[in-house]
Unconditional design. Structure first.
Length: 277
C-alpha cells in the first residue's frame, strides 16, 4: 500500500473546487509514473481515466477495466507526480450496485493509491451515492454528458444534448451531482451552448472534453494530445506532437542497426578489465 501524504506544493481538492470561474484548470490523463513525471509541472489535475482500457490495453470500450487495473495505474501516477491533484476513475461495475459497494471500492482506491479523489460517471441516479461518499471523506468528481461506461445504453459515442429534452436532462444531472457534493464535474461530448448552460448552472468547476471553451477547465487524453494513440483521433482533439511517428522512426533505425551489427557498439559493451562497468 502506498503512503498517503501530501507532497510539497501539491494541489488539493479544495483548491480545484475553488477555481470555479477563475484561471482555467489544466488537466490531462495519465496512466504511468514516467508520463506523470514528465507532465507534472504543466498541469493542475491528473485524471487516471478508465480510458486506459482502450488507450493502453487495446480494449474496444472501457467496460472491461477492473478495479485492480485502476489501482495499479493510480498508484503509479501518484508515485510519479508531485504537484497535480490526482483523481482516479472508478471502473464500470465497481460503484453502480449500491452506496456501500461504491464506498468499499472507492475507499480501497484511495487507500491503495494515495490519490486525492475518485471520479464516477452518472447524473441524478448517482447523486445519492455521491452524497454518501463525500459525507464519509471521499471526494468525488462527477462525469456527465457522453459517458463511455454507458456506451451500450447510449448506443455509441456520439455527442450528447443536441435535442432540448436531452440537454435539459444533462443540466439537471450536473446540478444534482453538484448539490450532492461533487467537487468538480467532467463534461464530455456536448455542444457549446449546453456546456455554457451547465457551467453557469453549477457552483463547482466543469472540466470539458469535447465540450468547448465554455468550461472552467479542459482535459485531453494525453496519448491523443501527443499522437501516441493512432487508432482514432476525435475531432475535438488538438495534436501537439506526433510521438507515434518518432517511435516508429526510432524502432526502424534500431532494427537497421541491429541487422547491420552497428548496435551494440564498443561504448555499449561491458569490458572485462573495468570493475566499475
Ligand atoms: O477515462 C477518461 O480518460 C476520462 C476522461 C474524460 C478524463 O474519463
Amino acid at each position: 500500500m502506498s503512503a498517503v501524504g501530501h507532497k510539497k506544493g501539491h494541489i488539493t481538492v479544495p483548491h480545484i473546487r475553488g477555481r470555479k470561474g477563475g484561471d482555467p484548470i489544466v488537466s490531462l490523463t495519465a496512466y504511468s509514473a514516467p508520463m506523470a513525471s514528465l507532465l507534472d509541472p504543466y498541469v493542475d489535475l491528473f485524471i487516471v481515466g478508465d480510458s486506459v482500457g482502450m488507450v493502453f490495453y487495446g480494449m474496444d470500450s472501457t467496460l472491461g477495466v477492473t478495479l485492480e487495473m485502476m489501482i495499479g495505474h493510480g498508484a503509479a501516477v501518484v508515485r510519479g507526480s508531485e504537484k497535480p491533484c490526482v483523481v482516479v476513475d472508478m471502473p464500470f461495475g465497481s460503484y453502480q450496485e449500491s452506496k456501500s459497494q461504491a464506498f468499499r471500492n472507492a475507499a480501497k482506491v484511495m487507500q491503495s493509491t494515495g490519490c486525492d479523489a475518485v471520479k464516477l460517471e452518472g447524473g441524478m441516479e448517482m447523486a445519492g451515492t455521491i452524497g454518501f461518499l463525500t459525507s464519509r471523506g471521499i471526494p468525488v468528481m462527477g462525469h456527465v454528458g457522453l459517458m463511455p461506461q454507458s456506451v451500450n445504453t447510449l448506443g455509441g459515442y456520439r455527442a450528447r444534448g443536441r435535442g432540448h429534452a436531452e440537454a435539459k436532462k444533462i443540466v439537471n444531472d450536473a446540478q444534482m451531482i453538484a448539490d450532492a457534493g461533487a467537487f468538480s464535474i467532467v463534461v464530455e461530448g456536448v455542444v457549446e451552448p449546453l456546456a455554457k448552460k451547465i457551467t453557469n448552472a453549477v457552483t463547482v468547476p466543469t472540466i470539458g472534453i469535447g465540450a468547448s471553451a465554455e468550461c472552467d477547465g479542459q482535459v485531453l487524453v494525453t496519448e491523443d494530445m501527443v499522437g501516441l494513440f493512432n487508432d482514432f483521433t476525435p475531432s475535438f482533439v488538438k495534436r501537439y506532437a506526433d510521438l507515434g511517428r518518432l517511435v516508429e522512426r526510432a524502432a526502424e533505425a534500431y532494427g537497421k542497426d541491429v541487422r547491420a551489427r552497428r548496435f551494440p557498439a564498443v561504448e555499449h559493451c561491458f569490458r572485462v578489465n573495468n570493475k566499475n562497468s
